[in-house]
Design a protein around this ligand. Sequence first.
Ligand code: Z5A
Length: 211
Amino acid sequence: MKGCLITLEGGEGAGKSSALSVLRDGLNARGISPILTREPGGTRMGEAIRSLVLDRELGPVAAECELLLMFAARAQLVQEVILPALERGEWVLSDRFTDASFAYQGAGRGQPLERIAALEAWATQGIRPDLTLLLDLPSAAGLARAGLRSEPDRIEREDLGFFDRVRAGYRARAAAEPARFRVIDAAGDIESVSRQLRAALAAFLSQRGLD
Ligand code: Z5A
């Protein structure tokens, strides 16, 4: 594949929105204009699935249903946006990707990891991120930040134990794949997080001979 896929992950209120701007600006400064996308979403079908899966009025939702909806949106995003972009040699910056399903539906909801891995192989056509930046902070701190911002959606209404399992799930994936993941300490202020992100991006670009 000629292009490059960078993904951003983290629990609630980790600060993905400002992190995305930092990464986009860092790439722009090197003459790279990434395609920005998000999960669930990023296509008309994916955004419709997003509305459905986050709808507060639709509970209770079976964990299997939630997992399959995440992968349905992902299959559409891969076929419609990510795969063609990578084949054209473009860069894609995605706010969440498959690691989120392992963390939320796997670690958080207890769905078997091997089942998620099988869905991954099927729905993503073998596409894996080249770099994943994990914004890590204690769940309670992230929830406090998110709580200041807006009404919670269906998943945001889960309890602290759920978000602690999600965080542990993300950290386990990062530990298992240190070459792909960079763990960012997201508990500090925005400037400290931005500095770490710029350093991680610079190291990645340097590895690819793009510094
Ligand atoms: N989900 C899933 O379950 N399975 C999957 O496979 C996928 C997703 C792909 C939607 O994702 C939900 O889907 C999400 C996971 C699930 N559910 N939950 N919970 P999303 O990524 O679109 O939604 P989100 O996680 O709710 O994103 P978010 O709340 O927008 O998080 P964020 O982008 O990390 O937060 P933020 O908006 O950038 O920051 C939150 C607030 O904190 C805001 O007021 C900022 O100004 C403030 N902030 C940010 N950084 C800082 C620092 N460093 N210091 C102080 N304050 C800060």
